[in-house]
Write a protein that binds this ligand. Structure first.
Ligand code: C2E
Ligand code: MG
Ligand code: MG
Ligand code: MG
Length: 275
């Protein structure tokens, strides 16, 4: 059922035409060994402050080059890792990597994607605090990117977890906003520091006049809401100068996309930041 295109130059295993359960099982099997075989790497994508033109944050994205399958896109292996439960181990691995990047670049905030399955796993909040202490990293150096769907179900447990993480000092970013069903009222109550709207919004800034006007209205209302509820707004998937100037004009503080920088290795990031 799954069929997706590869991106970022990563060939998606799912490009195989008759992608089936067997192939999924093979990925799940291989994924179990990915950490011990040292097949995972992190890449970092700069997030620009469009007003100061600085790089205050980076997003950490995981790459997997399987010995037997070759490179596999996260769009494919993350959902499978969630299904198999492997996401919990993978998530701890990425958080630790995130801490190492943060320690290497004081003042830089590292934004780490965390799956709902990991957030609700036993002892997650305590585990994060322990990890930060072990790695000698301040909670404010790490932001957790949590997809909108985690918030949109209205689960009290989910909301409590997010509140506890925020109280522990981590910034909470709501990721891929606009594709779930969260309402504005809930948004106001959640302790989020940043809202990242979905790439589909960025894309429709290039659409026909009507769609474009509609999208601009949504983005600027999110920016205004953010001023009242104290969260910043990030545009992701910026590929064209017109998109960057549009989001800048709408008051979005942060922008991320291939136009400015692609996800890069820790070494390339160090070069870029001059560290
Ligand atoms: P995301 O968190 O929304 O991350 C943004 C995705 O957009 C990344 O894809 C990034 O490489 C891509 N991107 C960045 N700039 C552009 C652009 O200008 N144009 C386009 N078309 N794409 C751009 P990636 O790395 O393939 O990751 C896909 C998704 O997989 C992520 O979406 C995230 O949901 C998930 N993911 C990746 N790494 C991790 C991880 O370590 N843990 C978890 N839980 N999820 C991860
Ligand atoms: Mg993200
Ligand atoms: Mg996103
Ligand atoms: Mg996404």
């Amino acid at each position: 059922a799954v069929k997706r295109k590869g991106k970022n130059g990563v060939l998606a295993y799912a490009e195989i035409d008759h992608f089936n359960l067997e192939a999924e099982q093979a990925i799940i099997r291989e994924l179990d060994f990915a950490i011990e075989r040292d097949e995972l790497r992190v890449v970092l994508q700069p997030i620009y402050d469009v007003f100061t033109r600085t790089i205050p944050k980076v997003e950490l994205l995981t790459r997997w080059h399987s010995q037997s399958l070759g490179p596999v896109s996260p769009e494919l292996f993350i959902p499978l890792a969630e299904r198999s439960g492997m996401i919990v181990a993978l998530g701890w691995w990425t958080l630790r990597e995130g801490c190492r990047i943060a320690r290497r670049h004081p003042g830089l905030q590292v934004c780490v994607n965390v799956s709902g399955a990991q957030l609700v796993s036993a002892g997650f909040v305590e585990g994060v605090s322990r990890l930060l202490k072990e790695e000698h990293v301040l909670p404010s150096a790490i932001a957790l990117e949590i997809t909108e769907t985690f918030f949109s179900g209205g689960s009290a447990l989910n909301e409590a977890i997010v509140s506890q993480l925020s109280e522990a000092g981590l910034d909470i970013i709501i990721d891929d906003f606009g594709i779930g069903y969260s309402n504005y009222d809930r948004l106001k109550k959640m302790p989020i520091s940043c809202l990242k709207f979905d790439k589909t919004f960025t894309n429709s800034l290039m659409d026909s006049d009507n769609d474009q006007a509609y999208t601009k209205e949504i983005i600027s209302s999110l920016v205004r809401l953010g001023r009242i509820a104290h969260f910043s707004v990030t545009a992701e998937g910026i590929e064209f100068p017109a998109q960057l100037s549009a989001v800048q004009g709408l008051g979005c503080q942060y922008a991320q996309g291939y136009l400015m920088a692609r996800p890069m290795s820790p070494a390339d990031l160090a070069t870029l930041l001059g560290a």
